[in-house]
Design a protein around this ligand. Structure first.
Ligand SMILES: *[C@@H]1O[C@H](CO)[C@@H](O)[C@H](O)[C@H]1NC(C)=O
Ligand SMILES: *[C@@H]1O[C@H](CO)[C@@H](O)[C@H](O)[C@H]1NC(C)=O
Length: 169
C-alpha cells in the first residue's frame, strides 16, 4: 500500500509536470513558429521547473546562438560582389546579439513595472529588426541565399518567442 508521503510525491510530480508543460504550451501557442518553440524549449532540461522569466533567459540564449549562426552563414557568402551585403549583415547580427545581451540583463532586473516591461519589448523588437535588416540587405542585392534565409528565420522565430514571454510577464 502506498504511504501518504509517496502519494504526496506523486501528486506533486503530477502537478509540476502538468503545469510546466502547460507553461511551454501556453507560450508556444502564441509564437509565430509553435513547433520550433516547443522543440527548442522541451529539448533543454533546464526548462523543466522554469518559470516565465527562466524560460525567457533560456530563449534569449537560444536566440543569441541562432543569430550567431546566421552571422556565420552570412559570412560564408563573403567575397565577390557580396562583400557590402555581408558587412551589413554582420553588423546587424552583432548588434542583435548585443541587444539580446541587454534583454538578459533587463530580465534579471525586471521589477514588474510597466516601464520595465516596455523596455524588454522594445529591446526584443530591436533584436528582431536587426536580424530582418540582414535579410533585406541580401534581398536588395539580388537575392538571399536559402541557407542565410533558413538561419535567419530560425533566429527571428526564437526572438519572437522572447517577445511572447515579454508580453506575458
Ligand atoms: C559566435 O560563434 C563564434 C564561433 O563561430 C564563437 O566564437 C562566439 O563565441 C559566438 N558568440 C556568441 C555570442 O555566441
Ligand atoms: C555579381 O557578380 C556576378 C558574377 O560575377 C555578376 O554576374 C553580377 O552581375 C554581379 N552583381 C552585381 C549586382 O554586381
Amino acid at each position: 500500500m502506498a504511504s501518504l508521503s509517496q502519494l504526496a510525491t506523486l501528486l506533486l510530480c503530477t502537478f509540476f509536470c502538468c503545469c510546466q508543460s502547460d507553461l511551454i504550451a501556453d507560450v508556444c501557442s502564441k509564437a509565430t513558429n509553435p513547433s520550433l518553440c516547443t522543440q527548442v524549449l522541451k529539448s533543454d532540461p533546464r526548462t523543466s521547473g522554469a518559470d516565465l522569466r527562466g524560460l525567457g533567459q533560456i530563449i534569449i540564449e537560444k536566440s543569441t546562438t541562432a543569430t550567431n549562426d546566421t552571422l556565420a552563414v552570412a559570412k560564408s557568402f563573403s567575397g565577390g560582389n557580396n562583400t557590402g551585403v555581408v558587412d551589413v549583415c554582420s553588423e546587424t547580427c552583432i548588434h542583435a546579439i548585443d541587444v539580446l545581451h541587454d534583454c538578459s540583463q533587463l530580465l534579471k532586473d525586471f521589477d514588474g513595472s510597466e516601464s520595465s516591461k516596455s523596455d524588454l519589448k522594445n529591446k526584443g523588437s530591436a533584436a528582431l529588426t536587426n536580424v530582418a535588416t540582414c535579410d533585406d540587405a541580401f534581398e536588395e542585392s539580388g537575392g538571399e541565399p536559402p541557407q542565410v534565409k533558413e538561419a535567419s528565420e530560425k533566429a527571428k522565430d526564437l526572438i519572437d518567442v522572447f517577445l511572447v514571454v515579454a508580453n506575458s510577464l
